[in-house]
Design a protein around this ligand. Structure first.
Ligand code: SF4
Ligand code: SF4
Length: 356
């Protein structure tokens, strides 16, 4: 497969470097050298030079990265394994070499509108007639529940629409095949479907990330202002629309890598939690956060994802945290599934609702 000159430079720089191996949530979960940025770069450098074929094993290795950006954040010399990993996924798609588990998810997306192949969630209400849309996203609609988030916005007097046929934002396509024409088409379809709104509140950081970054990068116009749910709730508290009573509860934020690193949004969750109780940080927070779970990867690497979540619980436990508060539905669901005794995970909206 062909790599761009830029990706080749990053691959060449990473392939003999060991510096960021400790920061990778996947490498830490598996304990395998193949899951370091360095090992991935070494394999891809051989493919880029046509020294070896782009084999199934190397392609699997490319899908063992969560694109969390921990290595990018840690790299003092500015190299970017996410860049070449995404390009390698696009290359696998263009060469017709996508693994069966990826093909299955893409088929699900085409047939059901989500990579999980889930039917429409009957518990999600439909609300119309507003200039603001509450965009729940693929993970919540397929696997979760937004009842508490909806309740919180209603309590604050926010008028918003919840779509019957919410379009897919394109995050999962971007994750699975990167900058393919098909990814852009999904994003353009989403932008068109949302063109009548003035504000989009993204519940899932994954949707906010693509709308605020990839849409802009690829020239896809969104007429509406995009805000994350966390930032929106922080504003509601600051404006007095939500009146919270401070408790003596210790609350520990789990920064979503998508918010903390990709969108550089770190403060809103702390503003919310300091209004509700005492903020207590865990090991690796803010931009240095560690991924706690990924639902797409959980489809094909469930044991690894379970270990990723368990490791994050260890980080929390080591700092005597008792209540971990998540911003991302994927991390909430993965932490909930692995919650140790004596500790709890709650969503931002649950933390606020408990203090009203
Ligand atoms: S991202 Fe930086 S620290 Fe990590 S392997 Fe590449 S060059 Fe080394
Ligand atoms: S992006 Fe995340 S999962 Fe991928 S190699 Fe870097 S730290 Fe590991």
């Amino acid at each position: 497969m062909q790599f761009s000159q830029k990706s080749r430079e990053h691959i060449e720089s990473c392939r003999f470097c060991w510096m960021c191996h400790h920061i990778c949530p996947i490498g830490n979960a598996t304990g395998l050298e193949r899951n370091t940025a360095r090992a991935r770069a070494l394999g891809l450098s051989l493919v880029a030079r046509d020294a070896i074929e782009y084999t199934d094993d190397i392609i699997d290795n490319v899908y063992e990265c969560s694109l969390c950006g921990g290595c990018v954040q840690d790299c003092t010399t500015g190299w970017d394994p996410v860049l070449f990993t995404k390009e390698a996924r696009l290359g696998a798609a263009l060469d017709g070499k996508l693994p069966a588990y990826v093909q299955k998810m893409l088929q699900n997306l085409q047939e059901k509108g989500n990579v999980y192949g889930a039917d429409k969630n009957p518990n999600i209400p439909v609300l119309e007639d507003s200039e603001t849309v509450f965009f729940l996203g693929e993970d919540v609609r397929a696997k979760g529940c937004a009842k508490n988030a909806v309740e919180l916005l209603k309590k604050a007097g926010v008028k918003f629409a919840l779509l019957k046929d919410e379009p897919n934002s394109g995050y999962s396509m971007d994750f699975l095949v990167g900058a393919a024409a098909e990814t852009k088409a999904v994003m353009e379809n989403c932008a068109k479907a949302l063109s009548g709104y003035k504000k989009i509140i993204c519940y899932d950081p994954a949707d906010a990330k693509v709308m605020l970054r990839e849409y802009k990068e690829w020239g896809i116009e969104l007429n509406a202002e995009v805000v994350t749910f966390t930032a929106f709730v922080a504003e509601l508290i600051q404006s007095g629309a939500l009146k919270v009573k401070k408790s003596d509860k210790k609350l520990t934020p789990q920064d979503s890598p998508l918010l903390a690193r990709d969108l550089e949004e770190i403060q809103p969750i702390r503003d919310i939690l300091s209004a509700c109780g005492e903020v207590s940080e865990m090991l690796l927070f803010g931009k240095d956060t560690m991924l706690a779970g990924h639902l797409i990867m959980n489809e094909y690497l469930p044991a690894v994802m379970k270990k990723v979540a368990e490791n994050r619980w260890e980080n929390a436990k080591n700092m005597d945290a008792t209540t971990v508060v998540t911003e991302s539905p994927a991390e909430y669901l993965m932490l909930k599934a692995t919650q140790p005794e004596g500790m709890e995970v709650v969503t931002v909206e649950e933390a606020v609702l408990a203090c009203l």
